[in-house]
Design a protein around this ligand. Structure first.
Ligand code: BMA
Length: 320
């Protein structure tokens, strides 16, 4: 992936001064994204200096220069959530059957849960339900039904790091008849100990190509003394049975190198969370020559943009 020359495309300085937003926010990162009415729309994760998180909408005609709303995204329906909530974060946006869905992580009393929301325009979110009553993060919903079922990839948090943070090393595919009741189908793939993606999780929702589902994910190298390194990689999945991996990049395709990726709230992090193709075919397929705008959190502090064509990402999956 090639970084855009105007990076980072969003920083704390882009959050407007407004009575409806916290003053002097600390960070803006890990956005969800979707094209809406011809615009690139991001759901930003914004943190204030109380380390509280809120979502704020940003929109752009060219995918590079963003106008950020002066108020947070309104979230309704959470009175039905079964636990005390601390934070909603890391939204991922999927257009599916003419509607827009958002999955996100929720830090709550028992740990982390992943939940599903619906939205018309990313200005407000309506809570629909938990994806599972289990410790789970990085849930991404597929943009169409496959074999009659809704599908998602998610990453159970079954690994307790030395830092006390729960994470995981296996992505699992789940299926549902109605978007509300989900059952695991099969493991998708696991981390590769000693290499770049020891722990991992999905990035943006998968993209449909003529060669199968293109999936961007983050991998964490944990074997360095000082700090973990978060990088981006890519994998290709069978069009009809997406839990089957057809190809997977041996190396990362983006790693922290710029100063704003190397230092910040959490150093050495690139965390892809939105992938917006410039155009899609009527059936949702992204053509090989189409450029994809990939937005990522950098050092849990600001938002970066990297660009690649679908064809380049497919080639990266197959690189030995
Ligand atoms: C992950 C999540 C992300 C975060 C990343 C790097 O486990 O918490 O929200 O960006 O760590 O700190």
């Amino acid at each position: 992936m090639i970084r855009h020359p105007r990076n980072p495309v969003l920083t704390r300085a882009d959050i407007p001064v407004s009575d409806a937003l916290p003053r002097d926010v600390s960070s803006v990162f890990n956005p969800g994204g979707v094209k809406l009415g011809g615009e690139y729309v991001l759901l930003l994760r914004v943190q204030d200096r109380g380390r509280r998180t809120l979502f704020v909408r940003a929109a752009s005609a060219d995918g590079v220069s963003f106008r950020v709303d002066g108020h947070p995204v309104a979230v309704s329906g959470l009175e039905a959530f079964p636990y005390e909530i601390y934070h909603l974060y890391d939204p991922r946006v999927t257009r599916l059957e003419g509607r827009i869905y958002v999955t996100c992580a929720i830090d709550c009393a028992p740990g982390c849960r992943s939940a599903l929301f619906e939205t018309e325009d990313c200005r407000s979110l309506r809570y629909l339900g938990l994806l599972a009553d289990a410790d789970l993060r990085n849930a991404v919903l597929f943009p169409e039904r496959i074999g009659g079922s809704y599908l998602l990839f998610a990453r159970p948090n079954d690994h307790l790091g030395a830092d006390g943070v729960r994470s995981g090393a296996t992505i699992v595919c789940y299926a549902s008849p109605d978007l509300l009741n989900w059952e695991p189908v099969a493991p998708v793939f696991s981390g590769r100990p000693h290499y770049w993606d020891e722990l991992l999780g999905s990035g943006p929702p998968p993209l449909k190509t003529s060669e199968g589902w293109l999936h961007i994910y983050h991998g964490v190298a944990t074997h360095f003394a000082s700090v973990n390194i978060y990088q981006a990689g890519v994998s290709l999945h069978d069009g009809a049975l997406p839990w089957n991996v057809t190809a997977r990049s041996a190396q990362n395709i983006l790693e922290p190198r710029e100063s704003w990726e190397l230092s910040g709230q959490v150093p050495n992090v690139v965390f892809p969370s939105a992938a917006i193709p410039e155009s899609v075919e009527a059936d949702g397929t992204v053509l090989p020559g189409t450029r994809i705008f990939i937005y990522y959190g950098a050092a849990d502090t600001c938002v970066g943009l990297a660009v690649a064509t679908a064809g380049e990402l497919l080639a990266a999956c197959r690189e030995p």
